[in-house]
Design a protein around this ligand. Structure first.
Ligand code: 6PG
Length: 450
């Protein structure tokens, strides 16, 4: 029975995964060129299952065949560099498992490099941050190769559990695991921004930080429990030296690019994910405060919290749907054969976007495990009018709602058989002779506009 694994990259995620593996009685052989880092990790390991090596060659030599090597180094060039070194030493039947935040196209490329060396490749998205890695992440596992039961047992052992079911999803394709993780991160951006917009509304409705915190903790009691809502409530009431720390934090948000990749990929494939885009854009705009010198003051808002609850639900559902529909679109196009119901189960625990909404959406899938668009539309419609009221009020109070407004526009536009793009066609044909397609015809023709 295989009970050991090699691990390269003992940063935050790597060291916590190593400790998680050790807790589950797997022998973990780690590489790091710093003996101090290795010792620091070994000291935390109460089960004495972690062993360190200062060269990759030593590590490879001390791993039983077929070897399983877990990579947790920064995505992009570092991942490729370490992989190429490993592939010179690995042998047929070994598994290289990239568990970094790699771009899925890179995982497809790395899968090919491994195949050339008769090494099997797994691209694994890991979600749940530091705590998740330590106690149970959600694992999104993509591979062209058949994954041995022993390796599946290892992944299932360290993964988060929902009602004792491991949150480890297995998908065909070297890049599919990282593709699904990328979409997860896009949805994560949107969820975080929706909560920030709700916090903004509460703030300009004269809620204190503590009252706002209470609002978010009460959301959990109104069918909206989620990890991000939970931590938002805790963050808002966190005091340091009798001051709310949230009031001391600068209003600028950064990113490591994971959500940006979702948008770039959606633009490349011409698939709409406007709520995810708006969330990313809000982070970018946060660096351009006071571009204009004249302050447009926020006016007092009198929010109806049950309507705000609805607007949060509507926008969260819209953002989640955009991500899942994009996966369905690309799965269809690339014959990934991904079932949405499996993704919702994969994300049921451990990951950053875990929430009750995922289970609710799972109940709105069809017999094939894909989204039932009629059922889902009925859900959205339940919250539509309240969402519009919240947006109306925010507009009157000069409060920008990037994602909540974008979610409404997305839904209204995709629930209508008319939109003003006929004029766009005409304008393009007028100045660029790009031709127009008439209703009921597949042909394009140029209009003589004079
Ligand atoms: C997760 C998180 C994590 C994320 C980092 C950075 O699923 O555990 O999504 O993987 O990449 O928290 O996020 P940013 O893209 O916002 O920097």
């Amino acid at each position: 029975m295989m009970n050991q694994i090699g691990l390269i990259g003992i940063g935050v995620m790597g060291s916590n995964l190593a400790l998680n593996l050790s807790d589950k009685n797997f022998k973990v052989k780690v590489f790091n060129n710093s003996d101090e880092k290795i010792q620091n990790l070994i000291q935390k390991d109460k089960n004495n299952n972690i062993e360190g090596f200062n060269t990759i060659k030593e590590l490879i030599k001390n791993l039983e065949k077929p070897r399983n090597l877990l990579l947790l180094v920064p995505s992009g060039a570092p991942t490729f560099e370490v992989s190429k070194t490993l592939l010179e030493l690995m042998e047929k039947g070994d598994f290289l498992i990239d568990a970094g935040n790699s771009y899925f196209e890179d995982s497809i490329t790395l899968g090919k490099l491994c195949k050339d060396k008769d090494v099997s490749f797994i691209g694994m998205g890991v979600s749940g941050g530091e705590v998740g890695a330590r106690t149970g992440p959600a694992l999104m596992i993509g591979s062209e190769n058949q994954i041995p039961d022993e390796l599946k047992f290892l992944f299932d052992s360290i993964a988060a559990k929902k009602d004792s079911v491991p949150c480890s999803g297995y998908y065909k394709g070297a890049g599919t695991g990282h593709f699904i993780k990328m979409i997860h991160n896009g949805i994560e951006y949107a969820e975080m921004q929706i909560l920030a917009e709700a916090y903004s509304i509460l703030k300009f409705s004269n809620f204190s930080n503590f009252e706002a915190s209470e609002f978010f903790s009460n959301l959990s009691n109104n069918n909206q429990s989620s990890y991000l809502i939970e931590i938002t409530s805790k963050i808002l009431k966190k005091e340091v030296k009798e001051n709310y720390i949230i009031d001391k934090i600068d209003s600028v948000a950064n990113h490591k690019g994971t959500g940006k990749l979702t948008i770039e990929t959606s633009l490349e494939h011409g698939f709409p994910v406007p709520s995810i885009y708006s969330a990313f854009n809000a982070r970018v705009e946060s660096h351009y405060q006071k571009l204009f010198s004249l302050d447009v003051d926020k006016l007092d808002n009198q929010i109806d919290i049950s309507k705000l609850n609805s607007a949060i639900y509507f926008s969260r559902l819209s953002s989640l749907l955009q991500g899942l529909l994009f996966i369905e679109f690309l799965s269809e196009r690339n014959s990934y054969k991904i079932m949405t119901k499996n993704i919702l189960s994969n994300w049921a625990a451990g990951c950053i976007i875990r929430s009750e909404l995922l289970a609710e959406l799972s109940n709105n899938c069809d017999k094939k495990g894909m989204l039932d668009k009629n059922k889902v539309q009925n859900l959205l419609n339940l919250y539509l009018e309240d969402t519009k009221d919240v947006i109306r009020q925010a507009i009157n109070s000069n409060i920008p709602l990037h994602v909540i407004t974008s979610s409404l526009n997305w839904y209204l536009n995709l629930s209508s058989n008319t939109n003003p793009s006929n004029l766009i066609q005409a304008q393009r044909d007028y100045f660029g002779a790009h031709k127009v397609k008439l209703i009921g015809s597949e042909d394009f023709l140029h209009i003589d506009w004079d």
